[in-house]
Design a protein. Sequence first.
Length: 471
Amino acid sequence: MAHRPYGRCFAHLDQDELADVLASFAPGKALDARGTALDDDLLSLLLDAARDKGVPVLGRARFDGARFTGEARFREVLFTGDVSFDDARFERLASFFDARFKRNVSFRGAHFLRELSFHEVRVAGHTSFDRVIVGSDALFGKARFERALSCEGARFDGFAAFDEARFGDEVSFRGSRFGRAVSFRRSAFARSAVFDAVRFTAAVYLSPSSVGRRITLAGARADKSLEVAAAGCSVDLRRVAVLGPSRLRLAEAEADLAGAVLRGPATVTGRGSRLTSLRGVHAERLTLSEMDLSTCRFDGLHTPEALRLSRCNFAAPPRGVRVGLGWPPLRWWSTRAALADEAAWRGWSPEMLDAQAGGATTPDRLAALYTGLGAVTEDKRTAADFAFAAMEMRRHGSRSVTRWLLSISWLACGYGLRMGRVFAWLALVAVLTAGAVLWSTTEHLTTWPPHSSGKAPAAHPPGTAHPPGSE
């Protein structure tokens, strides 16, 4: 950017001209260095000219298209106006350690050939790192972003550390790429953290201390390991692909894994947490522990035998007796574990009716699901409930004679899994038999001794004694 009255940028001014320009510079004044090549010495002169009580203070600062040939050290600089480094090029270290941005700052399209340090930086306005390229490590530890942070389409070739960073608004890394490990340990998101369509080529440690609304990794890919920990929020993992081991630790949270591809061993744990969908999931080994699966959809799950279910809760049939026009006209449901897919197919609750709109769920598919899941659950009672439910679905999916035979089996003994019904039937038969015997005995006693109608009793033969009490 040319400066009056010389018509040339800082880099092309001689010493006297540069001294003259800097003499008119004051702390808090705007600085325009667009398109300027800045080495270590020139940047130091500019910052020294803006010092106020030992701290460089810049107003509106514009470094768009600037090229920093030396180390760009903005340590403890206070920026009181908007700041832009769009399309700037940093050929060596770029350090903003402990800098303060009172308004917005933008690094759109900037290229950092070496390390970038944003450690302990404070930004009061919006921050943009869209389409930036960081050739080495990027350090954002303990940084504070009071407004939104956008890093969409960015590329981080080295380690990226956001440990203990604080984000006051939504954070977006949509479409970005991380070449090495990335860490968000003990960070805090006041609202949402968006990692949709992000490519992680190394390990991912996404374990913030708190999240206000949600974490989304929809369509993301992790070539190595993925570790996510979340509390009190929703986690969107739809269509995520993880080639290595993955671990999802939840606490009072909700997660959706629909369409996920999990090539390595995967675990999902969390008391008081809910999993809403496993539709279309490809998993080689997936363990669900202490999860609420009462609303989880399983229909479309590939290889259900690859699951391991431990101490999980499922949906339940409605309670009470119901009368209907179908067979049998009088229905009651025993307490058992059921899949949300069956609840939707039967219409046990109004919010589940949407599952029937597509018509994909059928009794045959549900029977196969129950059979597969019953073999992988550790709880014997749940496994027995799934075996019962599988027979129920086969009965509903059968026709004519087979359905009648299964209905008799259901009514008589619950497909051999409800022995209480057998004892109930035996008790009923025993009661009816006892009643019939009692009735027959009572009837016999009331008609004994037999009397011939209209005839007097026969006289005693002569010479025989009268019976006692006769007259």
